[in-house]
Design a protein around this ligand. Structure first.
Ligand code: GAL
Length: 665
């Protein structure tokens, strides 16, 4: 259920007028009208103002703001402020404060300073949300509910007494019988067998590595506790305002490791995502694209909301680079291209005090006589021009397997190499596909893959048997699957699948691994073949023993010289490919071979500075480079200037052109 209002693309963001004198509201409203802001998120961190002491609710100050915005035609995304529990709650119930894995109880003064399992926090949450919901249930300005803020960031796991009590209950529900837990956790290893539930603790800091299956379950449990805290609020709001969508904003699909967003997305009426650029990464627009594609994917392909991004610099990275002219526009339109029906920011007006006073806003400290504000006004106009994009869908022929549980498991301690990380491989494949101008969906390994010509499984370390069978069926039915090393190694309890690696995928890939040979830091090994014949690889080498698979490329040096590095296995109507290393060069070429084999069409010879995405009838052309780029074969009308195209379109450096298919005159 996407909010009905505002019409078109929502534009605006977090608005914190409680930080400003009353007269600034008037100025802000005027500026919102100037820029075409049509949606703001209010009240995100205002619990202490909404409930100044226990049970005393004060919404008068907020009424004035909501009414004024409504008068001005600005819709309200009303937040429940539970990410900022007030000082009185913490003083009265210090046990709501979370405890870190190291055993430190955190203090008051930041945010997210309450544990999602603490009874006093849950009770106070429910009371406040009911009061808020009852107060605003009939207010015409309120078009959606924004619960909490970025669950999981920074509070992922809590190790307090309430968490441990809830954890034991969770385990009992999951395993029923303590011997089932002992089996699942491999408790005979290091003599950890449990006789009864109260013996089980959270996987606290230890002088050595803690049982990985226990840690994996704790990650699942902790994420579930936050989801329950969300659901508590959602259910109250749904009861009071059944027609109003409820959501919470993800702390960046690709960046918040602790939240399993496949599970989260099922609980939301509309998926909402926040994305902040990694300022120093020169091609950070690729990370942005990946975040947006993952948001669309967890939304099941439905339009989603970009709930926060930044107009300029953030303030929490080591070096907070301001956005260059045009960059905010490119960023915003890239999110829209990839399925967002909103362009919202943190925050409308840059704060003068507090932890985020050096964070950009739509209205910067410099005021409106600034490049920043002029760009904001222009963006508002652009978005009005894109109103018809709303609701349309992005189609992808290629998917990447993404599973948070595998992510968690892969990055626990004591793996064969510290260089094995989930994002390292996913990013490598995503980037190569992005540069090939391929739009990618992300899929859970148990999903229906039948709509994709190619599925890539990078570092799918944890693979349940049922998911492995799913991959098998996909290939047999004609799919193309590309698996990279250290995939299909363990089951859902982090127990190695029986037999030689990769236990879950041996048959499908037509090979087995005799031995892992992780490379030294900075070591590279040469590969045979390839266009230039000079490709090298890093991180990983292993002894592949084909059993049906055919070598396509071999290791030319290193511990596995003369043995396969890249193989192909035709199975049923499809093909399973396996890449046993991390190419430094040549990944794109290798992928291109798989894409060609699968008949995936894409523009050839187009500069990889140009981002090309199709959404419904609109083609977005975003030039991230310093030179003009000409794209061939574009037919339609340019949305921003009305120019008709039938063939080549030249996109100036840094510019965005959106062309909508229109019938020939
Ligand atoms: C987000 C958060 C916002 C704001 C922003 C700054 O993670 O949700 O409240 O802190 O970061 O970049």
């Amino acid at each position: 259920m996407y909010p009905e209002r505002p019409a078109g693309i929502a534009f605006g963001g977090d608005y914190n007028p409680e930080q400003w004198p009353r007269e600034v509201l008037e100025e802000d409203v005027a500026l919102m009208r100037e820029a075409g802001v049509n949606l703001v998120s209010l009240g995100m961190f205002a619990w202490a103002l909404m409930e100044p002491s226990e049970g005393r609710y004060e919404f008068g100050w907020l009424d004035e703001i909501v009414d004024r915005l409504h008068e001005a035609g600005v819709a309200v995304n009303l937040a429940t402020p539970t990410a900022a529990p007030p000082a009185w709650l913490v003083a009265r119930h210090p046990d709501v404060l979370p405890v870190t894995r190291e055993g430190t109880r955190i203090g008051f003064g930041g945010r997210q300073s309450a544990c999602s399992s603490a009874p006093a926090f849950l009770e106070a949450t429910a009371r406040l949300v009911r009061a808020l919901g009852e107060h605003y249930r009939d207010h015409p300005a309120v078009v959606m509910w924004h619960v909490h803020n970025e669950y999981g960031a920074p509070l992922g796991e809590c190790y307090c007494e309430h968490s441990v009590a809830a954890w034991r209950e969770w385990l009992q529900l999951k395993y029923c019988d303590i011997s089932a837990l002992n089996d699942a956790w491999g408790a005979t290893f290091w003599g950890q067998t449990y006789g009864d539930w109260p013996e089980i603790d959270a996987p606290r800091l230890n002088n050595t590595v803690v049982n990985p299956a226990q840690r994996l379950d704790y990650a699942r449990f902790s994420d579930g506790e936050h989801r329950a805290h969300y659901a508590l609020q959602r259910d109250i709001l749904r009861e009071l305002t059944p027609g109003i969508p409820v959501t919470t904003n993800f702390a960046g699909t690709v960046n918040c490791k602790s939240a399993d967003l496949w599970r989260w997305a099922r609980e939301l009426d509309v998926v909402a995502n926040d994305h902040y650029l990694k300022a120093e990464r020169p091609d950070n627009h690729i990370d942005l694209a990946m975040s947006a594609d993952l948001a669309r994917s967890v939304a099941g392909g439905a339009p989603w909301m970009l709930m926060e991004h930044s107009a300029g610099a953030v303030n929490w990275q080591p070096r907070n680079l301001a956005k260059r002219p045009g960059e905010m526009r490119r960023n915003s339109l890239a999110h829209v291209a990839r399925g967002s029906d909103s362009v919202l920011f943190f925050q409308f007006r840059a704060s003068r005090f507090g932890a985020e006073k050096f964070h950009s806003g739509l209205v910067p400290h410099a005021g409106t006589d600034s490049e920043q504000w002029r760009e904001v006004v222009r963006l508002g106009a652009d978005l009005r021009g894109l109103a018809e994009v709303r609701g349309s869908r992005v189609r992808a022929e290629v998917a990447i397997v993404w599973d948070w549980e595998s992510y968690w498991a892969l990055e626990l301690d004591w793996r064969p190499s510290v260089d094995l990380t989930f994002r390292e491989r996913v990013d490598a494949f995503y980037e190569a596909l992005w540069r090939e101008h391929i739009t990618v969906d992300f899929v859970h390994p148990s999903a229906d893959f039948s709509g994709y010509r190619v599925v890539v499984a990078p570092s799918s370390y944890l693979l349940a048997e049922a998911s492995a069978k799913n991959l098998h069926r996909y290939v047999e039915a004609g799919g193309n699957l590309l698996v990279s090393y250290f995939s299909g190694i363990v089951d859902e309890h982090d127990t190695v699948h029986p037999g030689a690696h990769p236990g879950a995928l041996r048959e499908l890939l037509g090979l087995s691994i005799e031995e892992f040979h992780p490379l030294r830091e900075h070591e590279t090994v040469a590969l045979t073949g390839g266009g230039t014949g000079a490709d090298t690889a890093r991180i990983w080498s292993e002894r592949v023993r084909p059993a049906g698979a055919v070598p396509v490329r071999n290791f030319a040096a290193g511990p596995d010289a003369g043995h396969p590095a890249f193989t192909r296995h035709d199975l049923g109507a499809g093909t399973a490919w396996y890449l046993a290393t991390a190419p430094v060069t040549g990944l794109r070429e290798l992928l291109a071979g798989v894409l060609d084999h699968a008949g995936v069409t894409r523009p050839r010879g187009l500069s990889d500075a140009l981002e090309l995405v199709r959404r419904g009838a609109h083609t977005f052309l975003i030039n991230h480079g310093d030179d003009p780029v000409t794209v061939e074969g574009v037919t339609g009308t340019s949305v921003f200037d009305g120019v008709r195209h039938d063939g080549p379109v030249t996109v100036p450096p840094g510019a965005v052109v959106v062309v909508v298919e229109t019938p020939r005159p």
